[in-house]
Design a protein around this ligand. Structure first.
Ligand SMILES: Cc1ncc(COP(=O)(O)O)c(C=O)c1O
Length: 367
């Protein structure tokens, strides 16, 4: 049972204090006043036109390259529904976002899990698999501030992945909801930008920069594939929520999105710093890649640690995290994901103290 004094490091969502509630209210007011017909009608499966155009401009493409959906999970679902049949081979990263893994498995895909390095997916391992005859339909890659691993894909690997997708004719699915949340280091080009052969389909979201409750995400990619996704979308829900999308459109076009991103980044930066410092001090056995942005940090503990036991002990002490095993087909038994997005900085030290106490008990029992 969760109690009110529990601290959750489990949810990849922003805490309410960094959601731009006033700017969202003002954006809704403007959207409903300026374009009530657009906001309150069904609309089309492409999405709310002014938002689709804003997204298309951002990616330097025409409106026909974009579909705006109810969260990017919905966009993923349309893409997978179109491309994946039972038995198709799909490349994923190990570890990867648990919901992607679940939906691909639900569709009967064969999963080829390629390990992650501190600079992203092990491209040499993928290349070897391709040379040995693997023929994936699609590769799912999270390039920036990975969920759950926190790492970022290097520029060389981005280039190489695009080349491999083109050479071996698979769709490179670039799942990029955290791209705007870099608080350190230089931004890198997306694989969508590097692609010259229509091999990349790109997804992003307003869940992490505005708020998840608004449920707005999108796909950007080759017009033919996007047209097919729009057909699937029409058959699924006629159109996404025009109310939500009209609010997001106003939020973006007024510049409120830039302020929101700055607020979120500043909070995440502080939370990341507090977390890394506390882990270093209280849990020196923890090994992790320091994220340069985003919401997550992945912790590897010594191999003797059973994360199922650790999770139960931590829960008893009032701290909750997601076990590494949730993000992998196999392995992750000594690892965990910490989301520092949902907890104010002044609670993170206490959360780590509780986690370290749980770890201490586990270690003590072993001794
Ligand atoms: C890698 C990745 N893809 C997709 C999503 C889903 O985002 P949305 O809220 O836009 O559906 C998430 C959310 O955590 C995510 O981490």
């Amino acid at each position: 049972m969760a109690s009110s004094s529990d601290i959750s490091l489990a949810r990849g969502a922003p805490s309410l204090d960094i959601v731009a509630v006033d700017d969202l209210r003002a954006a809704a007011e403007r959207a409903f006043t300026k374009d009530p017909a657009g906001a309150f009608s069904y609309g089309t499966s492409a999405g709310y036109k002014p938002l689709v155009s804003w997204i298309a401009d951002k990616h330097g493409m025409g409106d026909d390259g974009v579909i705006a959906t109810n969260g990017s999970m919905q966009a993923d679902a349309f893409l997978f529904q179109l491309l994946i049949e039972p038995g198709d081979l799909v490349v994923v990263e190990a570890p990867t976002y648990d919901r992607t893994l679940l939906s691909l498995r639900g569709l009967g895909a064969e999963i080829l899990a390629i390990p992650l390095d501190p600079d992203g997916i092990d491209v040499s391992a993928l290349e070897q698999a391709l040379e040995a005859g693997a023929r994936p339909k699609l590769a799912h890659v999270i390039p920036n501030f990975h969920n759950p691993a926190g790492c970022t894909l290097s520029l060389d690997k981005r280039r190489r992945l695009v080349e491999l997708a083109t050479a071996y004719d698979f769709v490179l699915f670039e799942d990029d909801p955290y791209v705007e949340l870099r608080f350190e280091g230089e931004p890198l080009p997306t694989m969508l930008e590097l692609d010259e052969a229509e091999s990349v389909v790109y997804a992003s979201s307003f869940s992490k920069t505005v708020c998840p409750g608004i449920r707005v995400g999108y796909l950007a990619g080759p017009a033919g594939l996007i047209a097919d996704c729009r057909r699937v979308a029409t058959g699924t829900y006629i159109s996404p929520s025009m109310v939500s999308q009209s609010i997001v459109a106003e939020f973006c076009r007024s510049g409120a999105i830039d302020r929101s991103i700055e607020t979120v980044k500043a909070a995440l930066h502080e939370r990341r710093d507090v977390l890394c410092e506390a882990l270093g001090r209280e849990l020196p056995d923890a090994r992790f890649v320091v994220p340069q942005g985003g919401y997550f940090l992945w912790v590897d503990l010594p191999e003797h640690v059973n994360v199922h036991v650790l999770e139960a002990l931590a829960r008893e002490r009032g701290v909750i995290f997601v076990k590494g095993t949730d993000f992998l087909l196999e392995g992750g038994e000594s690892s965990l994901r910490i989301a520092y997005s949902g907890v104010p900085a002044d609670q993170i030290g206490e959360a780590v103290t509780r986690l370290a106490a749980a770890y201490g008990e586990l270690d003590g029992a072993r001794a």
